[in-house]
Design a binder for this molecule. Structure first.
Ligand code: UGA
Length: 438
């Protein structure tokens, strides 16, 4: 099938490459000419494991091309996927839909024939209906574009795997034709047994924000338990394991630590509460404000722990932060807990040095006030405190004996509860973590 994928960020670039990989003829579209040039040369403009291979394969077989022209996109696609960003509006909790609207406005006048426009971006419930009316008003007579919503559940770091082997496919549409079309788009997945859940657009839009809200709630729940564990002298890691054995609860997303970040969970729960308020259902999701507060508190609690370990004063103390991205296997630093903590330590006068395997360039742009080191041992040289804030596998593989030789003080905060504390203690380190007994 002839597909266009509009917006080539983390979502769109992966979707475009994977759709070409399963046999479709795909045109990727973006306003950013640098991104389009890089992608057309087989270079992903961001770090995502496995994407370069799929991209190279798709380009080589001629099923994937890129353009900046929405006119070209309109002529190419039977199905147009909208994959542009929906960030938080500055000064508000609501989502900023200007990119989604711009795609519709740019595409509509050029649509030559009936087609399907499918939103994948995370949007406030009601967006598909609003865009359908907008599109109908702008498209030429006879084009009869239909709008469906097909939320994406991919995780950064696992984006290719999640796109090719999703847990489920959710599609919201107003009629059976759109479902037939999308079942054909996703035919290999459907044939492999991936559940296809067909519903209306409002429900599909809500599934996505509900899923991210649930995940955020799970993380904040365990972080709230970590706070109680600290007060009671109990161990949140054991608590999480014990809870996780209950198959109704499950162990995943119960890792206590510095909390969630990234371009999705934080802004999605805020946009959801803003939209629910508009709908008069604000009270139903008011708990998400608490989820957000608990999450932010883990950052201040981590800084407070560092201050306490430094004897109440961070000024002039040499501190190393391991990790800058919001999660491992990504170079994404949006709303990164690690960088928020590093920056707060810096503001308190600490001499902070940050290391990250892939995120240094983005971190430098977001936080130029911090110092960065691309070599792990150099980053830790002379440190009086090391904070492990993003759980890259490289950090789990560190030899604590070797590291103890380069630091001034073998003092570690494991902000992700992901290192082997017994091993580090055996190597002479004092190890602290939120929610864990000393
Ligand atoms: C999230 C969802 O997991 C995806 O399903 C969704 O498609 C995506 O948002 C999106 O809306 O596009 P992502 O932001 O890539 O994916 O990252 P997650 O793996 O969900 O992690 C989010 C944050 O939670 C990270 O900062 C991570 O370190 C933190 N986290 C995760 C914890 O603090 N504890 C946990 O137990 C799990």
């Amino acid at each position: 099938m002839r597909l266009t994928v509009i917006g080539t960020g983390y979502l769109g670039a992966v979707h475009a490459a994977c759709m070409a990989d399963i046999g479709h003829d795909v045109l990727g579209v973006d306003v950013d000419i640098d991104k389009i040039t890089a992608l057309a040369e087989g270079r992903p403009p961001f770090y995502e494991p496995g994407l370069d291979d799929v991209l190279t394969r798709a380009l080589a077989c001629g099923r994937l091309r890129f353009t900046t022209s929405l006119r070209e996109a309109a002529a190419h696609g039977e199905v147009h996927f909208i994959c542009v960003g929906t960030p938080q509006q500055p000064g508000s909790r609501a989502a900023d839909l200007r990119h989604v609207d711009a795609v519709v406005d740019g595409l509509a006048p050029h649509l030559p024939a009936p087609c399907l426009v499918v939103g994948k971006s995370t949007v406030p419930v009601g967006t598909a209906a609003r865009l359908a009316a907008r599109l109908a008003g702008l498209a030429p007579a006879g084009a009869r574009p239909e709008v469906a919503w097909n939320p994406e559940f991919l995780r950064e770091g696992f984006a290719v795997q999640d796109t090719l082997h999703p847990d489920r496919i959710v599609v919201g549409a107003t009629g059976p034709a759109a479902h037939d079309t999308l079942r054909r788009v996703y035919a290999p997945m459907v044939a492999a047994g991936v559940p296809y859940l067909g519903t209306d657009p409002n429900t599909a839009e809500l599934v996505k924000v509900a899923a991210n809200s649930f995940l955020a709630t799970k993380i904040s729940f365990i972080n709230a338990m970590a706070e109680v564990c600290d007060a009671a002298g109990a161990d949140v890691a054991t608590l999480a394991d014990a809870l996780g054995h209950d198959t109704r609860i499950g162990r995943r997303f119960l890792n206590a630590g510095v909390g969630f970040g990234g371009g999705c969970l934080p802004k999605d729960i805020r946009a959801f509460t803003a939209r629910a308020q508009e709908l008069g259902a604000g009270a139903a999701v008011a708990f998400l404000d608490q989820v957000d507060e608990i999450n932010k508190r883990q950052r201040t609690r981590t800084v407070a722990l560092a201050r306490r370990l430094a004897g109440g004063e961070l000024t002039g103390r040499r501190v190393t932060v391991l990790g800058a991205t919001f999660k491992p296997d990504s170079d994404d630093v949006r709303d990164s807990p690690a960088l928020a903590v590093a920056s707060a330590l810096h503001r308190e006068g600490a001499d902070v040095r940050v290391h990250d395997p892939e995120g240094t360039a983005n971190a430098q742009l977001a936080h130029p006030e911090l110092r960065y080191s691309t070599d792990l041992l150099t980053a830790c040289q002379g440190a009086e405190l090391v904070l492990h804030l993003t759980e890259w596998s490289q950090y789990r593989e560190l030899d604590p004996v070797k590291l103890a030789r380069v630091v001034r003080e073998p003092l570690l905060i494991d902000g992700r509860n992901a290192l082997d504390h017994d091993e580090w203690r055996a190597a002479g380190w004092t190890v602290k973590a939120l929610g864990r007994p000393a």
